[in-house]
Design a protein around this ligand. Sequence first.
Ligand SMILES: Cc1cc2nc3c(=O)[nH]c(=O)nc-3n(C[C@H](O)[C@H](O)[C@H](O)COP(=O)(O)OP(=O)(O)OC[C@H]3O[C@@H](n4cnc5c(N)ncnc54)[C@H](O)[C@@H]3O)c2cc1C
Length: 456
Amino acid sequence: MGRGDALVVGGGLAGTLAAAALIGHADTVTIVERDRYPEQPVFRKGVPQGRHLHVFLSGGCRALEELLPGATSELRAAGARLLEAPRDVITRASNGWHRRFHEGRHTMISCTRPLFDTTVRTSVLARAAGSGTRVEVLQATEAIGLLGGADRVTGVRLRSRDTGRAERELSADLVVDASGRGSRTPRWLDELGRRAPREEIVDAGIGYSTQMFRPAEPLDMSVVIQPRPGCPRGAAWSPVEGGNWLLTLAGVRGHHPPTEGPAVLDFVQALGAPELYEHLRTCEPVSPPYGFRDTSNRRRHYDAPGGVPEGFVVVADAACTFNPIYGQGMSVAALSGLALRGALADGGVRPGLAAAAQRAVARAGDTAWLTAIGADRPYAAGSDTTPPGAAERVQTWYFGRLADRAAVDPVVGAAFRDITHLAAPPSRLLSPAVALRTVLLPRARGLASPPLRVEP
Ligand SMILES: Cc1cc2nc3c(=O)[nH]c(=O)nc-3n(C[C@H](O)[C@H](O)[C@H](O)COP(=O)(O)OP(=O)(O)OC[C@H]3O[C@@H](n4cnc5c(N)ncnc54)[C@H](O)[C@@H]3O)c2cc1C
């Protein structure tokens, strides 16, 4: 008996990883991608955030390795840099600098977004070639609506982006929406006579700006400067392939970073991290600074009972976006791919798969959601923002204390990094050792100056 045909809307990272999850569980997987992929790993319009610094957390690395064993080595061979946190990533939090030592638990990947996506896509397509699943990509093809009815999706309406803009229909037993933050699923469900899901928004009003540099003498560490009282601005400085580094600046409303070359260094100077400023002065700009504004945390509850019709699943940014300063979205895309594969392992493409897969995908994003909204609440405002409930207020208080202690306390720090790297569930923060140190010990201060050496 056939295993069914799947169709994935969006050939970005989440779509490619959803296809990887479907290998072995469907006869065919058709990825529909609006863009035409460039020949080289360079920026493309369909991923407008692609010029910005994208780090891939250790929890994402583990999920990616489970889905595509060997992918980390492939990325490294393509030029990506591996960073061990906190040894290779120094962080100034609101209460001071974090201690720097070799914990050996969290390896992150840093490279440009085009290199990451191209390497993963090449890897998935190569693996599909040797499997019993035929994976095909329809490039320059846009999904413009769903086929079926309120209870069941049976395919997608497509429009070519080439001359003529011909429209056609393609049927599928399973449709996965991986079309990113601009997903039109709420409207498409409405067209099928189905209510759009409940939406939660927590918007800190963050503005972003990213510029590429080439240092003459590179640092032996990445640098992260988080906002602090009186200065709701931050920065991240991280190596990518080809000897280049990316500088990302961020600030809440009224503190948005500049998108004009010379003002970038002024913004860095005002952060009160003179070592970073002096280093940047010696680096050669390779690109102009690029801005980005749409950074809210937004979750659509497709996982609620009746949230999706049969035959339809929504993954990654199409279901949930995060404030990018926490570097979580790509890792959640990998965790979602793994969640989809887990749901498929329970009987393949079948009645009931959509709801089960959607719940698993939502769980895969829970830790990222809780940490992002907990950290953003103090800055969140505006009519769009959903007010916090009592449970969320307690979580925010506890997480704030814990984050402060993490700067200097190895026990709390280890738990904090497990969570912020999406490598453990939030319950990790409630283990007795962590909870007692968080609640009973006085609020901690971090180091006064950047840890230039690794502690033995
Ligand atoms: C400024 C910024 C910085 C970020 N930094 C980080 C970071 O450091 N680490 C991290 O993990 N995450 C980061 N993120 C989040 C990350 O970019 C996203 O989580 C990730 O790209 C999600 O992947 P995706 O495949 O769901 O969506 P996308 O990467 O946006 O891909 C969507 C794809 O769908 C295609 N598409 C869209 N609509 C259609 C349609 N109708 N038909 C056919 N194709 C369609 C698009 O062309 C595109 O290829 C950042 C985000 C931003 C905005």
